[in-house]
Design a binder for this molecule. Sequence first.
Ligand SMILES: C[S@@+](CC[C@H](N)C(=O)[O-])C[C@H]1O[C@@H](n2cnc3c(N)ncnc32)[C@H](O)[C@@H]1O
Length: 244
Amino acid sequence: MTVTDAARTAGTGQPGWLLDEVASAGRENLDAEHVARYDGKEDADAAAEVALLQHLGLGAGSVVVEIGTGTGQFALAAAPVCARVVAVDVSPVMLDLLRSKTAAAGAHSVEVVQAGFLTYEHHGEPADVVYTRYALHHLPDAWKAIALVRMRQMLRSGGLLRLWDVVYDFPADQATERLEAWCATGGDVVEGEWSRAEHEEHVRDEHSTFTWLLEPMITRAGFAIEVAEHSEDGIFAKYLLRAV
Ligand SMILES: C[S@@+](CC[C@H](N)C(=O)[O-])C[C@H]1O[C@@H](n2cnc3c(N)ncnc32)[C@H](O)[C@@H]1O
C-alpha cells in the first residue's frame, strides 16, 4: 500500500483524516428499533416549517436540500411545493425507512442520498433552501464550522439556511444546573417520548455547543442571522440564516 492509498479511507476516495460521519451519527440513529419508533416520538413540525419557508419565498421552482433528514418528515412535506428536494443522511437505517415512506406516499420526486454534511456534493442548480434540524450537533465544533461553509456553498446568494438544533444558550458556569434540568424533563420509557437516558446520552456523547460559539461560526461561514430563537430553558435554537 502506498502512502497515498493509506491516507485515504478504503474505497471511499475520502482523505483518511476526514471525520467518520457514520461513526459519529449517534448510536440511536443506526439502531433499527429507534428508527422504527422515531416518527411516533418526534414531530418535526414539518407543515409549519414548510409554511414558514413558503412565506419567505419557497415555491414551485425552488431547490431544497435537507441534511440529516432522518425519516424525512420535512422532505416529504416540502416535496409537493418545490421543484426538487434532496434528502441527505449518513444513516442507512434512517434512509431505508425514508425510502419506504417515499414509495408509500408516491413521493418519487424526493431524491434520497446517503452522504453527510462533510461529503454531500450538490449538483445542478444551487439550492434556494438548505434545511437541517437536530443533526448538526453530531459534528464536533471544528467540523460544524466546515459544514456551515459547505452549506453556504450549496446555496445561491440570498438563499436560506434553516438551522434548528439543540444549542446551549447559557454561560458555561451554568452548565450543571441547566443540563440537569433538561435531563430531568426526560421520561422513563423510549416509546412515544424522549427518555432521561436519551437526554443524558445526547449531552454526554454528542456535540451540542453554545450559541456564543455557534453564532460566530455562522456569520464567518457567510450567513447573516436574520432570526435567532432561543428556547426559554436555553436548550433549543432555531435560526433563519441568509446566504450573503
Ligand atoms: C435526531 S435525527 C433528526 C432527523 C430529522 N431531521 C428530524 O428533525 O426529525 C438526526 C439525524 O441526523 C443524521 N446525521 C447524523 N450525523 C450526520 C451527518 N454528519 N451528516 C448528515 N446526517 C447526519 C442522523 O443519521 C439522523 O438521521
